[in-house]
Design a protein around this ligand. Structure first.
Ligand code: PLP
Length: 427
C-alpha cells in the first residue's frame, strides 16, 4: 500500500489539539485536510475524498462556492465584526427578515447566536421567561424525546436523550426534565391511539410545571437518526396547545431543505412557538444560529419584569456570518432544491437498499437527502474510518449508525460511489 506522508505541522495537532468526543491525544486516526472544493475534500497527503457528511450537515452547497466566497469578501471590506448591543447592520436586518419570511407564520422575531447549542439555550430561557412574564413561575421544566439531541451545553444536554446524552456524568448539575419515548410511528404512517398516550399523560400530570415540549421535527438527528410520523408531530402540537405548553422546534439539523421541505415542521403543517436554526444556515461557512419566536412570546417577555430578554452573546449577529447566510439562503431558494433533494433521495434509496441483505445490518432508511444504515452493533471507529478513507470517501459513523448527508450539489455518480463504499466496508 502507498505510504501517506503527513504534512510537517501535523505533529502540532497531535501534541496540542483536543478533538471532538475524543481522548487527548486522539486514539483514533485524524486526517489532515489541505482544501475542499465542491463535494471533494483534498487531504494534505494528496488523496481526494468524496464528501458524504457536508461537514456535520452544514455545507449544503459544497465547498469553495463562488457566491458564498464573494459574500464574505464583500462584507470584509465593510466590516468583519461590530458589537450588536445598541448597533445594527444590513446583513443582520435582512437575514432576520428573510428568516421570518421563510419560516412558519407565527414566528416574527429573530435572536442571533453563535452555535446551535446556544440557540437551544436561548429557546429554553425564552420559554421560562415567557411563563414568568405570565405569572406562571412554576413552569420551568421541559418535556423532550428519547433519542433526541439538542446540543452539548448544560441546558441543551438536560433535554438530550438521558442515556446517549451522558446524563449520569453530570447528574448533580443537570436540570431534571421529563422524557417520553421516541415516537413509534414511522414517517408516512399515521399514529395509533396509544402512540400519543405517554405525552398526554405527562402533560396531564405535570403541565403546571412544564414550560415547553422541545423536539426535532420529523428527524431525530445525532441522537439516533430516526424518522417519525408527521401525524405524531401534528397531534403533539395540538396537545401542547391544549395543556398551555409551548412547542420548541429544533430545526438545527432539519432546516434548509434537508428533509425535502424547507423546514421539517412543514411536513405536519405545524407552527411552533419557538424555532431554532443553525448548521446549514450559513451553508457551512461560518458559525451562526438563530432562535425565532412568536409575537406573543416577544411581547410578553418585553412587557413584564425584568422587561428584557436576558441573553447577549459577544459575537451575536456577526456581519460576515450574516452576509454568508443571506447568500446561502438566496443560492438555495434560487436553485431547483426540491428536485435535487428528490434526486438524492432516489439515489440513496437505490444505492443503500442492498445493504439490508448484509448480516451486520439491522435496517436501512432514507428520507430526503439523508440515508441511514443502522447496524446491529456499534462500529469500531478507528478501523471503519480508515476503511472509508482508503475507499476514497469521507463518511463518519457514530454508534450503530453509518449514514450519508451529502451536499445538495453532489452528482448521482458520486452518491453511488458513497453507497458502494458503505456496502463494501460493511461486507
Ligand atoms: C447539531 C445540533 C445542535 C447543536 O448545534 P451546535 O452548533 O453543535 O452547538 C442542536 N440541535 C440539533 C438538532 C443539532 O443537530
Amino acid at each position: 500500500m502507498q505510504h501517506h506522508i503527513p504534512p510537517d505541522w501535523f505533529n502540532l495537532d497531535n501534541d496540542f489539539v483536543w478533538h471532538p468526543y475524543s481522548t487527548f491525544p486522539s486514539n483514533n486516526p485524524i486526517y489532515a485536510v489541505k482544501s475542499a472544493d465542491r463535494t471533494y475534500i483534498t487531504l494534505a497527503d494528496g488523496r481526494v475524498l468524496i464528501d458524504g457528511m457536508s461537514s456535520w450537515w452544514c455545507a449544503i452547497h459544497g465547498y469553495n462556492v463562488a457566491e458564498l466566497n464573494q459574500a464574505i469578501t464583500a462584507q470584509l471590506d465593510a466590516m468583519a465584526h461590530i458589537m450588536f448591543g445598541g448597533l445594527t447592520h444590513q446583513p443582520a436586518a435582512e437575514l432576520a427578515a428573510e428568516l421570518v419570511r421563510i419560516t412558519p407564520a407565527p414566528l416574527t422575531s429573530v435572536f442571533f447566536s453563535d452555535s446551535g447549542s446556544v440557540a437551544v439555550e436561548v429557546a429554553l430561557k425564552m420559554a421560562i421567561q415567557y411563563w414568568q412574564a405570565k405569572g406562571k413561575t412554576e413552569k420551568q421544566a421541559f418535556i423532550s424525546l428519547h433519542k433526541g439531541y439538542h446540543g452539548d451545553t448544560f441546558g441543551a444536554m438536560s433535554v438530550c436523550d438521558p442515556i446517549t446524552g451522558m446524563h449520569h456524568l453530570f447528574s448533580e448539575v443537570l436540570a431534571k426534565n421529563y422524557f417520553i419515548s421516541s415516537p413509534n410511528c414511522p414517517f408516512n404512517t399515521n399514529c395509533q391511539q396509544d402512540d400519543l398516550q405517554e405525552l398526554q399523560h405527562t402533560l396531564e400530570q405535570h403541565h403546571h410545571r412544564i414550560a415547553a415540549l422541545i423536539l426535532e421535527p420529523i428527524i431525530q438527528g445525532a441522537g439516533g437518526m430516526k424518522f417519525y410520523s408527521a401525524d405524531f408531530l401534528q397531534q403533539a402540537s395540538h396537545l401542547c396547545r391544549q395543556f398551555d405548553v409551548l412547542l420548541i422546534a429544533d430545526e438545527i439539523a432539519t432546516g434548509f431543505g434537508r428533509t425535502g421541505k424547507l423546514f421539517a415542521c412543514e411536513h405536519a403543517a405545524i407552527s411552533p412557538d419557538i424555532m431554532c436554526v443553525g448548521k446549514a444556515l450559513t451553508g457551512g461557512y461560518m458559525t451562526l444560529a438563530a432562535t425565532l419566536s412568536s409575537k406573543e412570546i416577544s411581547q410578553c417577555i418585553s412587557a413584564a419584569a425584568p422587561g428584557v430578554f436576558m441573553h447577549g452573546p459577544t459575537f451575536m449577529a456577526n456581519p460576515l456570518a450574516c452576509s454568508v447566510a443571506n447568500a446561502s439562503i438566496r443560492l438555495l431558494l434560487n436553485s431547483p432544491w426540491q428536485e435535487n433533494i428528490q434526486r438524492i433521495e432516489q439515489a440513496l434509496e437505490q444505492g443503500l437498499r442492498c445493504c439490508e441483505s448484509l448480516p451486520a445490518v439491522n435496517e436501512v432508511r432514507v428520507l430526503g437527502a439523508i440515508g441511514v444504515v443502522e447496524l446491529h452493533k456499534d462500529v469500531t471507529m478507528a478501523t471503519i474510518q480508515q476503511q472509508f478513507v482508503d475507499a476514497g470517501v469521507w463518511i463518519r459513523p457514530f454508534g450503530k449508525l453509518v449514514y450519508l448527508m451529502p451536499p445538495y450539489i453532489i452528482s448521482s455518480t458520486d452518491i453511488q460511489k458513497l453507497c458502494d463504499a458503505i456496502y463494501q466496508v460493511l461486507q
